[in-house]
Structure formats: C-alpha cells, structure tokens
Ligand binder design. Structure first.
Ligand code: FEO
Length: 389
C-alpha cells in the first residue's frame, strides 16, 4: 500500500473501500475512498483519518513516508466516523502525543464518539497554524455536512482540504481528476451532492464565498478523486447545485400495481415530449432512490405517481418521497398522479408532500380503475396545456 504524493512532501495516505455499496442508504455502485493526507514539514501533520477498518492500510501508507510516531498534529475536519474512525487506534499507536486541531463542535463530537480526553486544540475560522515552511488556515463550514465540519487551506501549496465538500464515492487506484474518465468523476460528484450535500446548499453558498478568497491549485476532498485539472469546473458545478439551478427536463417517478398508473406515466411523458421537453421515466421497481435523486438535482419538472394501496400510496413511492423531502430540493414544479379502485387517497397524499417541499404544484392527475384511451389523450393534452400557460 503506497502513499501518493500530491505535492512535494504532501501525501495521500487514505484507504480504498472497493466493496462499499451502501453509505447510509446511498447506493455506492463504485465503492469509495476515505482520504487522509500527510504533510511532512517541521511539524508532521495528518489531515483526517479513515473508516476504522482501513486503519492498517492508512498506517502502512504513512509508514512508507515517516515513522507514524513522529506525527505532531492531526487536523480533524469532520467527526463522522468515515473520517475519524481511525483516530482511537492512531492515538493509541502514537502514544496520544499529537495535538488534534478541530472546530468547537468537532471537539464535542469527538468526545461524544470516543470518550477520550485527547490533546485538543479548538480552532475558529481565520485561525492559522504554522507547520514550519507551511501554514494551515481553518474555515468552519458547519452543516457541510455535520455541525462540526471545517475545511483547511494550505496557501503555500494552494491546496484546499475540503473534507466532504467536492467529494465523490468512487473507489480507484487513480488519485487525480486527469487520470480517470472525467464523465464518471462528474457523475459521482453529482450523485454525492444530490444525496449528501443538497440539504445544506445555503451553507455551501457560504463556503463557496469563503473559499473564493483562496488561490487554488488543488481541492483535496475526503472521498474519491483529487481535483487538480478541473478545479474551476467543480467550483462552477457547486455554484449551480447550491443555487438549485435546474434544466427544463421532466422526471416521471412511479410505481404501478396493475399497470394503470404506468399508463398515466407514459401519457404524461408524451405531453412533455410533444412540447420538446426531455423526459425520463423512472419505475421505482428498477431504480434506486439515490440514483433518482441524482436526476432530481438538475430536473425542473418532477411527477410522482402511485396507485392507492390500503388507503395510502405504495411503500416504494412513500420511501422515495420521504428521502426526497429530507434532501430538500427547491424551485421545482411537481405533479401527483395515479390510478385507484376506490378511496384514491394516494394521489392527494403525494400532492401534500410535494406541496410541503414548497414547490409549485400543478393540478393532480387521477383515474379510477383502468384509464381509457380518451383519459390518456386528455392527460397528454393537459400537460401540453400546462406547459403552454
Ligand atoms: Fe464523509 Fe460526513 O462524512
């Protein structure tokens, strides 16, 4: 397990989780990495650690550069255990001699998780730590992704250690954005934003403002690939995503019991197509909610359909809507639709959730039993009309 030098005397020493397929409910098709970085200066400094089961891998990489016992400083940018999980074993190994620099909430979080009184030094935005030839500048970025988050800037090498921000769940031996297919990196960065960062877009805007003062050659996140050739592109993407900017596309998300709700989904799709709007049909039987959220991130029109089951919607649709609401996309147009036998509560319940997202919600589309050809034609025309108005 070799370290990878990202700039002179600054090494990636993280772990590669090739097998990870579930990150708290997010389907990680391509695994992930936990990125820790080692800075060799007068003060030897480690930025973040790794998930606990990658500890040995991280130590092997560190040991290929220096004796780990020589680590003076540890910067904990984020308490979540995918980045702090290696800390207890590390502190045990190096005799707890190192100072841990973290935010006020970082100290509270680390104490709550590990119940050990390590040598903490709490930092605030604007604090600077000298390492010798280099310095570290701290910026607190609460709620990107937990209350404790911060980022660390190294001006002498123009590197931003951004922790979760700008990350991607992507396992690879390649470490840099110019060594790996860019479309895959961007796809995974999009998925990461949609499923992890989206609810904190206001805080992302503040973070982007704070880091705009920094000259950047490299953004080194805590997951996935390190940005060095596409720094401007990923910053521009974050500007768009944080503003909830969408494209005039439509997404029709549904499940069906006997095919009637599906027929309505296709009739709605036809209406969008007839108006020249690109549309994707997403059956919840075959698509994971985290992949659907990636599509929602850039889509303006979101239609959600379910038949009625036991006075409610199908559980697949309910699970998606709970997930969607939590991730809080805004500035969308929503439509609820579905078929029913009697009751018909599912459509109103879907509509209530779309309204609770503060979206513009168009009139619902509801049909009893099997939709006739006339109903489907009227549905298509209705969508065309709504798009014209
Ligand atoms: Fe990658 Fe919020 O932890």
């Amino acid at each position: 397990m070799k370290p990878i030098e990202i700039k002179e005397n600054i090494y990636w020493v993280g772990g590669i989780d090739w097998d990870l397929r579930n990150f708290h409910g997010y389907l990680t098709h391509r695994g992930s990495t936990y990125n820790a970085y080692l800075i060799v200066d007068e003060k030897i400094t480690l930025i973040d650690t790794v998930k606990h089961y990658h500890f040995d891998e991280m130590m092997e990489r560190i040991a290929a550069v220096i004796n780990p016992g020589k680590i003076d400083y540890i910067v904990s940018n984020h308490v979540e255990m995918d980045h702090s999980g290696g800390l207890p074993a590390l502190m045990e190994k190096i005799g707890s001699r190192a100072t841990i620099f973290t935010s006020p909430n970082g100290e509270k979080g680390l104490l709550a998780h590990y119940r050990r009184k390590w040598n903490f030094k709490v930092v605030q935005s604007g604090d600077i730590l000298s390492l010798g030839k280099r310095s570290l500048h701290f910026v607190l970025t609460p709620m990107v992704h937990w209350p404790d988050n911060m980022v660390t800037y190294l001006p002498e090498d123009r590197i931003l250690f951004s922790n979760d921000a700008f990350g991607q769940h992507l396992a690879s031996s390649e470490r840099f954005d110019d060594e790996y297919p860019f479309s895959i990196i961007l796809e995974e960065a999009t998925k990461y934003y949609a499923n992890i960062v989206l609810p904190y877009s206001k805080q992302v805007n503040k973070t982007l403002e704070a880091v705009s003062a920094f000259a950047l050659d490299v953004i080194a996140p805590s997951h996935g690939i390190v940005w060095r050739s596409s720094v401007k592109q990923i910053l521009a993407q974050y500007q768009k995503w944080a503003k909830n900017e969408t494209e005039p596309k439509a997404l029709i998300i549904y499940d069906s019991m006997w095919g009637s709700t599906e027929k309505i989904a296709y009739a709605i799709a036809k209406g969008f197509e007839n108006k020249g709007i690109k549309v994707s049909l997403v059956n919840l039987q075959f698509n994971h909610i985290s992949d659907i959220m990636t599509m929602v991130l850039t889509t303006k029109y979101i239609c959600v359909g379910s038949p009625t089951l036991n006075n409610n919607m199908l559980p697949t649709v309910a699970a998606f809507l709970i997930y969607l609401k939590g991730l809080a996309p805004i500035n969308r147009v929503g439509i609820a639709f579905g078929s029913y036998g009697w009751g018909g509560q599912s459509i109103g319940l879907i509509e209530d959730i779309l309204k609770s997202c503060n979206w513009q919600v168009w009139e619902q589309i509801k049909n009893q039993y099997l939709p006739t050809d006339d109903f489907l034609k009227t549905t298509t025309e209705k969508i065309e009309r709504l798009l014209t108005n």
